[in-house]
Design a protein around this ligand. Structure first.
Ligand code: DOR
Length: 430
């Protein structure tokens, strides 16, 4: 493997520019005096910020079974172009990833594509039906080494099943990621329960459907001594439940999506299904609470919930449209816009929420690491000053359901590096 040399890079956007020499997938030299050896591939990183590669705990790659919306190949390209070096692929595929056979298939396909580490998430229950636990141990011990289990898209609603899953998770040293939505409270729901939904005549989705499940699960996780991860927090009230649970020593972590940092239910007035997502877009008070909790660390990470849907599922009337939004290629820009520009996070903070904490939550030894000699070269170079216009048709995903269409957003990914290999450069995946 040829050496890679990054000239004039500023790790975390701090200090004077340095040279970074990557050899055999590892950072071999780093400092003002480092120079490019003969024959090295070089990137001039003047003006760019160097960060650890991003880790997405919540991605839908749709393969197997949903290849009209995304494949592991196209989703991996989107991930590399978005600055990600590892993604966790949710199990709501067809067939569901609830056996060692399916998780090993997803893992192997990710390796074949080779643009990003694809870690399959295993289902908690067979077929995501919520009634019978899947064989978590078999999936954890498979070649895919599943570290996270979730029925995402659906809530593990039965408290007895959730209790057992957490007990198994504790014994296996894996994480249960809960889609916190009490289905009894959201039956028929179409939009955040509030003024906008009332005016539009859409059945309301109460924030308490999230908050109550998180409260219950924190109690169950405490009792089991298990690691609980809460997917896509959307309500200000949930933040207070999390804060109390963390203070009480519960092993709970939480994610927020870029869209729940930026977008509100005010966008629903045109009934454009591109804004339909689960959990729903909520109020400006909620987005403000999400931002503050992320800055404070009560919410640990940003996870994309990248949810590609082909136009036949999305360009329909509101009630029939599937929930979900693209996220991999816009995540960094939305985080910069909502968190860095207002001064809520610096670049070290961006590295914390998009790389370091996600890797810690799932125990990835080689991702989210500090930028230092001897560390694996999973890196991303960001241009903090470039502004770009989002066009769904130009994104790498097969589907084009971005809610940011036509928006001008700050910050671009100039290069993504996976174990010393450039996987994306200037908007082109390797
Ligand atoms: O909006 C969503 N879409 N939320 C989920 O939880 C599932 C996801 C999907 O699979 O499309």
């Amino acid at each position: 493997m040829t050496d890679l040399f990054l000239g004039n890079a500023r790790p975390y956007g701090e200090g004077d520019p340095v040279g970074v020499l990557v050899r055999d997938g590892v950072i071999a030299e780093l400092g003002p005096d480092a120079t490019a050896p003969d024959g090295a591939e070089t990137i001039d990183a003047a003006g760019l910020v160097l960060l650890p590669g991003f880790v997405d705990l919540h991605t839908h790659l749709r393969e197997p079974g949903g290849e009209e919306s995304e494949t592991i190949a196209t989703g991996s390209r989107a991930a590399a172009l978005g600055g990600f070096t590892a993604v966790f692929a949710m199990p709501n595929t067809d067939p569901v990833a609830d056996t060692d056979v399916v998780v090993e298939h997803v893992h192997r396909r990710g390796e074949e594509v080779g643009l990003v580490d694809v870690h399959p998430v295993g289902a908690v229950t067979v077929g995501l039906e919520g009634t019978k636990m899947a064989e978590l141990g078999t999936m954890a011990r498979s070649r895919a080494q599943v570290r996270m289990f979730s029925d995402d898209g659906r809530c593990v609603h039965d408290p007895l099943i959730m209790r057992r899953a957490l007990e198994y998770a504790s014994a296996l040293d894996v994480v249960i990621a809960q889609h916190a939505e009490d289905p009894r409270l959201t039956a028929g729901a179409q939009a955040h329960e509030g003024v906008v939904a009332s005016r539009l005549g859409l059945a309301g989705w109460p924030a308490t459907a999230e908050e109550t499940v998180v409260a219950r699960d924190c109690a169950l996780a405490r009792e089991a001594g298990a690691a609980l991860h809460v997917c896509h927090i959307s309500s200000a009230h949930t933040v207070e439940v999390l804060r109390a649970a963390k203070a009480a020593g519960v092993r709970v972590s939480a994610e927020v999506t870029p869209h729940h940092l930026l977008l509100t239910d005010g966008r629903l007035t045109g009934y454009d299904p591109v804004n339909k997502v689960n959990p729903p877009l909520r109020t400006a008070a909620d987005t403000a609470a999400m931002r503050a909790a992320l800055a404070e660390g009560v919410i640990d990470v940003v996870a994309t919930d990248h949810a590609p849907h082909a136009s036949q599922y999305k360009d329909t009337e509101w009630q029939a449209a599937r929930p979900g939004m693209l996220g991999l290629q816009t995540a960094l820009s939305v985080v910069v816009h909502t968190m860095v520009e207002p001064g809520l996070l610096d670049w070290r903070g961006v590295a914390r929420v998009l790389s370091q904490r996600p890797a810690e939550i799932v125990g990835l030894p080689d991702q989210g690491r500090p930028i230092a000699v001897g560390e694996p070269a999973n890196l991303v170079l960001v241009d903090p000053d470039e502004v770009w216009t989002v066009r769904g048709a130009r994104l790498a995903s097969i589907a084009a359901n971005t809610p940011y269409e036509g928006m001008r957003l700050p910050a671009t990914v100039v290069a993504t590096i996976l174990r010393g290999r450039v996987t994306a450069r200037n908007g082109v995946a390797a």
